[in-house]
Design a protein. Sequence first.
Lengths: 310, 253
Amino acid sequence: MQYSNELKVGAALILSVIIFFVGFRFFQDLPLFQGSYMLNATFEEASGLGEGNPVEMKGVSVGTVESVRLDQNDQVVRVQMRINENIRVPEGSTVRVTGFSGVTGVRLVIKPGPADNPPVTAGATLSPPPQGTVLERLSDQAPALASKADSVLNSTNTTMQALSDQLSNPDSDVRTTLQAFRRTMEDVESITEAEKETIRQFLSNLEAVSGDLREFTGTRGDSLSLAVDRLNRSLTRLDRSLASFERSTATLDTLTTKLNEGEGTMGRLINDPSLYNRADSVAARTNRLLLDFQENPSRYLEDMTLVKVF
Amino acid sequence: MSSLLEFLFSPLRALGRYSILMARAAASLDEIRTYWSNLFDQMVRIGIDSIPIVSLAGAFSGAVLTVQTSYQLESPFIPRSIIGSIVVPSMMLELSVVVMGFILAGRVGARIAAELGTMRVSEQIDALEVMGLNSVGFLVLPRVLAGVLMFPVLYVASCAIGIGGGVAVGHFGGFITAGEFMDGARQFFKPFDPFFGLIKAVTFGFIVTSIACYKGYYTTSGAEGVGDSTTEAAVLSCVFILVADLILAVTLL
């Protein structure tokens, strides 16, 4: 079958337009045959956000960034994003820029508001999550803080009420304890009253002793100081002596250890029995020699010449 | 001295002749209905007939780019999806359209220059003029128009098949799964990229066909002149494709 040139060209054009459209939607991460709607957002800082970056909600891609524009009048970044038609973004949702451009790519992340809220309409502007000054955060947290403060006050009220009940009840533990404490204090007071004279005497004696002591230290101050000096010197000498003694003891200890372990001459003398054995053997032989000498002196004197003149 | 001036002025003279030829072609636009069938004929010969070679080049470009990118980015700190983020924009912005431009400079440009050159040296163009036909409207305009219209179509084919080739080689070669590839591509996709590719394709289409028509239309010196025109058309087209590529990138990106 022969196709005309017009048909071939028309088919090629249509096909390329379809491929272009499908590819475009595909890479934009948008459903091929589904509509979409636009949402806006305003940021102080775009952090490298660009056209075509994904928009995610709870980690799921729900659209793409359509445009990023710097508004020089207000010095803010105005971002337009295209969201898939079937995604509903509840009112109260916030949007922020995350990611590092080099590694994971920058993306917009929508944090959805309460699920009960109605969805935002197309063209609505989402705000970034609260951030910045302490006062701003505080004002955002104000309702929660107020409810917490309320619950704390309620608890305090209940506690105070319970305390009041305890105190007003004559049989309560708190009341009994307080009464017992009061009685104890009364007893202490009566004892103090009864022994007042004794206490006064004790105090006057204590005062006299301290006066004597003060007088003594005043009058004998020089002698005392001299005595203390001498004592100090003596103690220093004693300290030196003790140190020397300690060194001597250590040396003696080393010596004893060496003796015990058989090191050195003395050690060997003490620990090696062979010397004794040899000495003993020498003594026995000498003994025998002397006995022999006594018994047979001639044997030895035979060759002895007492006086040899020539 | 005069020869030096001649040498210096020759580019200007060539530019002037080229501009006048294109102006005559543009002035013939209202006559295009007369040469309607001629236009479709050229669209088929320039566009449809070039789809196989352009697709082949695109597929291999994408495949090689994927393999080489995965080789270059072999690091545990770089996610593999980055391969897709590099291959797809590279194909859309540069590789598919420039490779296509070079191939068509040889295939389409040389053919047009040879065709018109032969017609010129065999005095067929003169015969057309004698018959009262507008030779520029009949020969040049349909070819240039066909190039401008069909190069974007070829770009779409080259790009789609190139990215497909990249995905296929990456997936079946074990470099990157198709899912990772597409995730990376979507991550850094800029909607302007394919449009920029289309703008390049239109520009390159005009450059290749208009230079070929100019060289062929003003061919002299017989068969040797036809050979020279054909060579010059292909070479000049490639040079001006590179120049235009740079100018477009600097001005539009």
